[in-house]
Write a protein that binds this ligand. Structure first.
Ligand SMILES: *Cc1c(COP(=O)(O)O)cnc(C)c1O
Length: 480
């Protein structure tokens, strides 16, 4: 496809204005010469060419509104459009962040009630809605851990993280000035409790754990893990990015976690990807509530207001109050589903993942052969051994079948990992079509490995040179 610059023809315009009937004035007399530019080299096109160019580009986009998007660890579920309608209401979008509280009671109430629902769902006592993403929530959570030990007058230098963790976990911990120590996983994909016991000293501030973990497996020893951490005075942090497997069924607070971040854009239904708006609220047990960011919404009688009167707070982590639109969507989603609906979200997410796992098990090797939660992790090792076809080839070939590929090569402890998260919003028919495609690719890998290795064949852009793309990124070329 041609670039818009290549379509440009000198003198062509999208609109023509009537000839001027007033005297001309030289631009230099109005704008300082140093600020004038005549080298912009903008494309010159007719309106219809512009419309067609961008409409064609938009049709090449893949999103959950176009097809199945089983990207593991990302919860690319379908997001009901009614949530968008709610977030777009004039009363919300037109409200200035500095509007007096007398004019913003409705929005404050929404924030206050949303924090309450999230506390109820997670078994926590208080929530801040300020952080703008999961990783930002992690950072906020670790800042709270740091403050907790500062207040106690104890310095602890290390935070423990399992080897299955998402890369943002060690990054958040390091950014706060803690050392990271890695806890090994055991043979069944859970935390190695003996290793944890060995590492959990009085110099350790806590353990950052994802449950279910990034292998899609529930941490069976969670109560023992919590006990080991707490006995040494540590805090248990939950990376709640995988909450889609838990909502309405079990509560991290009841499992022994002291802090959790949620990814509203994942579990609570906001379209995301490509860095789109996110929200990473952080919930804490009562003993950590004084450290939450300010300002906080407080309710007195029937009135809501902002309060900065929390002297132990870690302060602000973001301008204003967070990504408000995402919160409106989460609120609308929770209210529409209710307690019963929330439970069905996770039940169906887990059911769908286990269905895909069972159908694909005869064709791909499972990394850990046990009942999974909301996602399942296969390995392409059998295909590598049998025909030299790698996981990346399988993922590329899926594009030819019209599916977004699963997450690949993560978690890092699984070689040739293929991580599939179908989510609850997909029908059995869609899951079957996807499984048929995966089974068909397994057959192709045996019978015609060169075909799979040269995929994708039907997409606008064929196989890219990954190394060149990383070393010499040419954004224009790769986008078109
Ligand atoms: C997505 C994810 C994160 C990071 O969340 P962002 O909103 O992308 O910053 C952290 N941990 C896990 C397990 C995740 O899946």
């Amino acid at each position: 496809m041609e670039l818009i610059f290549e379509k440009s023809r000198p003198g062509r315009t999208a609109g023509s204005v009537p000839a001027s009937d007033v005297p001309e004035t030289a631009l230099e007399t109005l704008i300082p010469a140093g600020l004038l530019r005549d080298d912009l080299d903008l494309p010159e096109l007719a309106e219809v060419d512009i419309v067609r160019h961008y409409t064609r580009l938009a049709r090449r986009n893949f999103g959950v509104d176009v097809g199945f998007y089983p990207l593991g660890s990302c919860t690319m579920k379908y997001n009901p459009k009614v949530n968008e309608n709610a977030a777009r209401l004039d009363g919300f979008t037109g409200l200035h962040p500095y509007a007096p509280v007398a004019f913003s009671q409705g929005s404050l109430r929404l924030l206050h009630e949303l924090a309450g629902y999230l506390s109820e769902i997670c078994g926590m006592d208080e929530f801040t809605l300020q952080p703008a993403a999961g990783a930002h929530g992690e950072l906020t959570g670790v800042m709270i851990i740091k403050k907790h030990f500062e207040k106690k007058g104890r310095k602890r230098s290390t935070i423990l993280i399992p080897d299955t963790a998402h890369g943002t976990n060690p990054a958040s911990v390091a950014l706060c000035g803690f050392q990271v120590a890695t806890v090994r996983s055991n043979a069944e994909g859970g935390i190695d409790v003996a290793h944890l016991r060995e590492l959990m000293t009085e110099d350790v501030a806590g353990l950052m754990l994802t449950n279910p973990n990034t292998l899609g497996l529930f941490e069976r020893n969670i109560e023992e893990v919590a006990d080991i951490v707490h006995r040494r005075g540590g805090l248990l942090y939950c990376d709640g990015a995988n909450a889609n497997a838990l909502v309405g069924v079990t509560r991290p607070g009841d499992l022994g976690f002291d802090i959790i971040q949620l990814n509203l854009h994942k579990t609570f239904s906001t379209p995301h990807g490509c860095g789109g708006p996110g929200s990473g609220p952080v919930g804490v047990k009562r003993h950590l509530a004084p450290f939450l960011p300010v300002p906080r919404v407080v309710k007195k009688g029937k009135r809501y207001r902002w309060s900065e009167e929390f002297p132990l707070s870690i302060g602000r982590v973001r301008a204003f109050y967070g990504n408000f639109g995402v919160m409106v969507k989460a609120y609308a989603y929770i209210r529409a589903l209710g307690a019963e609906g929330m439970r069905r979200v996770s039940e169906n997410a887990v059911l769908n993942a286990n269905y895909v796992m069972a159908r694909l098990k005869p064709h791909y090797r499972l990394a850990y052969d046990r009942v999974c939660m909301h996602e399942c992790v296969f390995t392409g090792e059998r295909q590598v051994q049998e025909s030299g076809v790698h996981t990346t080839d399988i993922a590329k070939r899926l594009l030819d079948y019209g599916f977004h590929p699963p997450t690949i090569y993560f978690p890092l402890i699984v070689r040739e990992a293929i991580m599939i998260e179908p989510t609850e919003t997909e029908s059995k028919e869609t899951l079957d079509e996807f499984c048929e495609a995966m089974i068909s690719i397994a057959r192709e890998a045996r019978e015609n490995p060169d075909l799979v290795k040269s995929a994708p064949l039907t997409t606008p852009v064929k196989r890219l040179d990954d190394v060149l793309a990383a070393r010499k990124p040419d954004v224009c070329w790769t986008l078109c």
